[in-house]
Design a protein around this ligand. Sequence first.
Ligand code: GTQ
Length: 352
Amino acid sequence: MENLKMLPTSTLENSADRNRFYNTIDEGNCAPLWSVLHDLVSATPKTPCLPYIWHWEKVWPWIQEAGRMITTEKAERRVLILENPGLRGLSAITHSLYAGLQLILPGEVARAHRHSQSALRFVLQGKGAYTTVGGERVTMNVGDFIITPSWEFHDHGNLSEEPVVWLDGLDVPIVEMFDAQFMEYNESLQQEVTRVEGESLAMFGNTMRPVEYSSHSHTSPLFWYPYERTRAALETLKLTREPHDAWGHKLEYLNPLNGQAAMPTIGTFMQMLPQGFRGRPYRATDSTVYAVIEGRGSCVINDERLPFSPRDVFVCPSWMSYSLEADQDTVLFSFSDRPVQKSLDLWREEIL
Ligand code: GTQ
């Protein structure tokens, strides 16, 4: 028996006795750990997620075709899911997150519902569409970051003359892992508007809050972070500070009430890479989704160069080192499961 400890597991696999044993315990829903141990507890992260880029010029015609093929009324949400090539069929862009490109045409309404999954919207093209959250309507512009907190009713509409497309990011796979999915419709197509547009920005958007306000939610009550403000901040940083070696000038969206990530399950960031920036290779355990808002450059990952331009979306998987390069001043929005990993003491990063 003592000697067995010394044998590699592959030698054990071939014994007929052992196979009989495996079959016996298999019938009773048991399995030998030693056959899978190093898969389960690997030396470094193992992810099915692959690096990939969705070029806007390729997907935009498909989005338009979807617009001709189905109405928002029929589809409920007219979205092309961005499926990671390593996770096909799972409606996931990374192992833990969902992403999709949502199109809403002039005059359309996406009916009110709520779900336990949290969502973010990041506007890629068009202006004049709105989403309503907590009775407040926000008109969305390119580059705006908008939050739909867990279990808040939300409906979308488009009062403009142009199609509007935004990137949806949801924690669907995380909620699925916990088997904690709930969803229901509002009794009316659109929730009642009870607040003035800009109310939450006035209440929470100036590093201040109404003194009588309190909430148990972990999600930021500021559900609209306009690009205008983020862009101005990044411009000032670009002019006044040295960019970080790996990520340039990178800001994280925060919940102003607690200083934590704006969403409990999804970390959200906006960064400026100045023209000519050549980032040092970097890796982190949070697989990250990037959306290009301005500029041109490349993500170099796995000996491959992924050139990007505005409205492209790309993914950098967990613990794969990559570097970001900018040929022009470039602004990137990104999101990942970083707050979840941090709260579980799992998150690591490394500049190489
Ligand atoms: O807008 O409510 O991309 O419920 C996926 C599920 C968007 C939404 C998605 C959703 C929504």
